[in-house]
Design a protein around this ligand. Structure first.
Ligand code: SAM
Length: 162
């Protein structure tokens, strides 16, 4: 598979998991949290599929196009290690959905980040809430969920808070 094929499959898996997550949180109250603004692509998708939800974005180096940058008050700038502890107060309550798209090309760094991110974000999530992530997460209180058929196994992950 070429790197182009792989990139396209990753994006298909990502969109399929975001769309599935939006359905799964239908009965769960609370805002949406986007970890990693990047180019703002998935933020833009989330605001289209969940137009009634508040969406808070956490990012250490915002550089997205202004049209895909959250309004003041909804963009939290800084490293996750500093901005996520206590973030539930800012959200006004636990989140229904957390999307963590935080990886880079460095697999070792990704694994290190995923190891501390999982336990940090589970307490931000409402009971029954969903995390969808580009990284495999392991944390107490997270139950893996099946990904949609169009998402290749191991490319994107879905979890429900038990
Ligand atoms: N979802 C984005 C999109 O669709 O355009 C792409 C996100 S990109 C893959 C990952 C983002 O996570 C980068 O913008 C990076 O700066 C951010 N990030 C990674 N580790 C971080 C950390 N420890 N604290 C804050 N932001 C971080």
């Amino acid at each position: 598979m070429s790197r182009l094929d792989s990139f396209i499959r990753r994006l298909l898996a990502q969109r399929a998991c975001l769309d599935r997550a939006a359905v799964l949180v239908g009965g769960v109250p609370g805002p949406v949290v986007e970890l990693g603004l990047g180019n703002g692509r998935t933020y833009d998708h989330l605001r289209q599929i969940l137009p009634e939800r508040r969406i808070y974005v956490f990012e250490r180096a915002p550089a997205a196009h202004p049209l895909c940058t959250p309004a003041a008050g909804y963009l939290v700038v800084g490293d996750f290690a500093e901005t996520l502890p206590g973030a539930v107060t800012r959200l006004g309550g636990p989140a229904a959905l957390i999307h963590a798209d935080v990886g880079s090309g460095d697999e070792t760094a990704n694994a290190r980040l995923a190891a501390w991110l999982g336990p940090l974000i589970v307490p931000m999530l409402a009971e029954g809430g969903i995390i969808t992530s580009d990284q495999r997460l392991t944390a107490e209180g997270l139950a893996p969920q099946p990904v949609p058929a169009e998402a290749d196994k191991g490319r994107y992950y879905l979890y429900r808070r038990t």
